[in-house]
Design a protein around this ligand. Sequence first.
Ligand code: GDP
Length: 478
Amino acid sequence: MQKDNTSLTRPPIVTIMGHVDHGKTTLLDAIRKTNVVAREHGGITQHIGAYKIEFEGKPITFIDTPGHAAFEKMRSRGALAADIVVLTVAANDGVKPQTVEAIKHIKSADKPIIVAITKVDLPNVNVEKAKKELQTQEVTVEGYGGDVPVVEVAAPKAQGINELLELILLVWDLNPQPFLPSEPLEAFVVESFMDKRRGPIVTVIVNRGTLKIGQKIIVDSDTITVKALVDDGGKNLKEALPGDPVEILGFKKTLEVGSIVKDQIVAAIQEELSPVSFADIIAKAQDAKSKFKLIIKADVRGSLEAILENLPKTILVLSSATGDVSEKDIDFAKTAGAPIITFNIKTPSSVISKAERDGVLIKSYDVIYKLLEDMEGVAEGFEQAKVQSKVVGRGTIIASFVIEGKKIAGTKVTKGKFTVGDQVALMRNENQVATAKIATIKKFKKDFPSVLAGQECGIAFSGELDFQEGDTLESFGP
Ligand code: GDP
């Protein structure tokens, strides 16, 4: 079994939002107290902007800097670490302006919400009122006809904490993300500040890949070497895995929240490789017998198999292997007129230069579904281009009338030529809806064998063709 078994899930990353004084910090503290991980290494828990706990043997990572400013900043930079949002609403106060604002942010980020009604231990609180007020903000909790999970907590008394953690794991089971320690590194900055003694401190949560001491990383176009990694228990680590929050030492300045940390070598290679340009390959899709051809190189058998199994069936894989792209591969690709698709491997710069000289397209990926998505798009474009290349005539149906019981398409020919006996496709909103054969072509009530672009005519078909005004006819010849 490969290390990148996608059935393994990364720890969920949770953030807490809500109105000021509605108990976010108190809740985060209460959760942290259940932190068995920190107790294990006897370290003093320290605030690094995020922490990881273990509940029922499962890890959960919390972002420790509540507030929607950070949330929004991360989202706007495409680096939203949070998978799940806990929304606090104080039972004695109900929905307030910042509650409404938080809801807006969570909804636009399309993240699952768990509602925590806080301070339920205070006298004379009205939990039901808070739930009703949430309903008016379109956060309809369970018991009110909705499916947003809700839990009542009194954080200073540790009441409701376990229920909340259980709910988080439940919601994560429904919206999991894979654990991918072997993919290229991607980590999100969740906090950064200047420490007088230690210099610039940057806390990241690893999303995928593995962050290691000594690794060259790039962020906001600055490259640094990772000097040390410190977890939320103050413990020095050799490496951090997906879901781990960790302080990185080695930066020369502080960073912005939401910056994305990548492996420098991988980032450089991704930049060097040619941009997506399958357009010219699609443009060559003239021969109806040809298929869209590919050469695939991947890091390990497991990923190679996953790719081969899931590629569209219209693609012809000429060669597939594990390992780096070699000069031989470029020669092969050149002869075959096929692009090389790589997954999770490095391509030496000498090979990239040769590919450029030989006009061979290399496209690299580090996420399988992205690779498959792109290939589906290209394969579809290729198939469409094949059909398009055969079109010998195109026209718009501008009228529909019946002569001697036969439905006639009044057609304005816009391209090429229509000839009696041609196979035609009826297109509606760019989709083919039916096919037929041209039976007769009439102009001024006279029969004509064919009609050219720029002319109008009445076309009758053999068999029924259920056309409408505005449809397009495409002819493919006899
Ligand atoms: P934040 O601004 O959302 O982070 O709110 P805090 O966590 O700082 O809480 C504001 C105040 O409410 C503090 O004085 C807390 O001690 C108190 N508080 C928070 N949660 C509870 C709770 O569940 N019960 C009670 N009785 N007090 C709470």
